[in-house]
Design a protein around this ligand. Structure first.
Ligand code: KG4
Ligand code: ZN
Length: 348
């Protein structure tokens, strides 16, 4: 008989955010606390793996302690532990996995290591005081999971069965934003800056390529866009770039949004879906949200975009994936460790 898990404590350390959450069996997030490292990596213009794992070792145990205090829970209230075990930076994953494994062994509680991307894909089912999934939201749905590390188009059939329909052939969508921001002198991570500048700019002043947009498959490619932008920027002086920043950002951003939504529309029609999810850090992009909402209204789709706190990397989404896995009787063994990539069986 399936065992009831009242709530789990979850840990996420796959990249540069350390996060801890307590999630109860109905998907309620009792607490979710994260320590970001943007300032530590900013001088290098990208995430430095060694710095990321060192920061996780400093942040993780205090985050666990404060999460229990803030939610007024003790270990007696926690029925299982969950951790992101793959994919991600190995040194970062190791900190979370070893910590959770040690806690599980010493507290005699079950634990499970889960796939980080599953977390992004199932995040719309989380709930808290301010967010609940849209009415009528259910499986199956098409999800666009876009962040600094991944860009996947996935058909989510239920809590476990997920089929990757398309993915990026080179850079992730977030990388495309971040690399452009770096070239234009906007700092790291740059997606949010590009979004801010783009609000006052012309979307058509610069013409950037929309790669693969008319091809009959569901993959993305952003490296040609990055090269085109690099060519435009290298023909301009720093002052010219500054003066034209809003137009550059708006035109570049529009090319990414066009490419992403063209493939969503193709996938929604091809797989006859009527529910769509935008998730991952890039789904914070205001233009993408607006365009996706307009498209959903026009096509009669139900669109779910989790709040930004559950779109960017967070332990709440990991907790929900693990909770459902534990309920199905799927536990990890002490011999199981972190993996840099997804494993066979993670996706159909
Ligand atoms: O999911 P996330 O927090 O971490 C990863 O797993 O990568 O995503 C971070 C990515 C970065 O590339 C960042 O530039 C991008 O999300 N991002 C945005 C915006 N906010 C964050 N990209 C475009 N527009 C935004 N408003
Ligand atoms: Zn992520």
């Amino acid at each position: 008989m399936a065992r009831k898990f009242r709530r789990v404590l979850a840990v996420e350390t796959s990249c540069d955010d350390s996060s801890v959450a307590i999630v109860s069996s109905d998907g309620e997030v009792e607490v979710c606390l994260s320590a970001h490292q943007d300032l530590a990596h900013a001088p290098f213009g990208g995430v430095v793996p060694e710095i990321a794992s060192r920061n996780h070792t400093d942040h993780l145990l205090p985050l666990i302690e404060v999460s229990l205090q803030k939610s007024k829970r003790s270990w007696d209230d926690i029925d299982g532990l969950v951790v992101t075990a793959r994919p991600g930076l190995l040194g970062s994953l190791l900190v979370g996995v070893v910590t959770v494994k040690s806690l599980a062994l010493s507290l005699s509680k079950p634990w499970v290591g889960v796939n980080h991307v599953h977390g992004h894909l199932l995040a719309p089912f989380l709930r808290d005081e301010e967010y609940a999934p849209p009415k009528d939201f259910a499986f199956p749905y098409l999800a666009l999971a876009i962040s600094g590390g991944h860009s996947h188009l996935v058909l989510v059939e239920d809590w476990k069965r997920m089929k990757v329909l398309g993915h990026t052939l080179d850079d992730a969508a977030g990388e495309a934003f971040d690399k452009f921001a770096k070239m234009a002198g906007l700092g790291f991570p740059g997606g949010v800056e590009v979004d801010r500048w783009a609000k006052q700019g012309s979307k058509v002043r610069y013409v950037f390529p929309r790669a693969l947009i008319h091809d009959d498959h569901l993959n993305f490619s952003f490296s040609g866009l990055k090269t085109a932008a690099s060519r435009v920027l290298s023909g301009m002086s720093p002052d010219e770039i500054k003066v034209n920043m809003a137009d550059l950002c708006a035109s570049y951003q529009e090319a990414i949004v066009d490419a992403l939504l063209a493939k969503c529309e193709l996938a929604m029609d091809r797989f006859r879906q009527r529910r769509m999810v935008l998730t991952g850090g890039v789904s914070a992009n205001s233009r993408l949200r607006q365009r996706a909402q307009d498209l959903a209204a026009e096509r009669g789709w139900v669109l779910a975009i989790p709040p930004i706190r559950y779109c960017t990397d967070n332990a709440a989404m990991i907790g929900l994936v693990g909770l459902r896995a534990l309920e199905r009787g799927e536990f990890s063994l002490a011999t199981e460790g972190p993996r840099p990539s997804s494993q066979p069986g993670d996706f159909l």
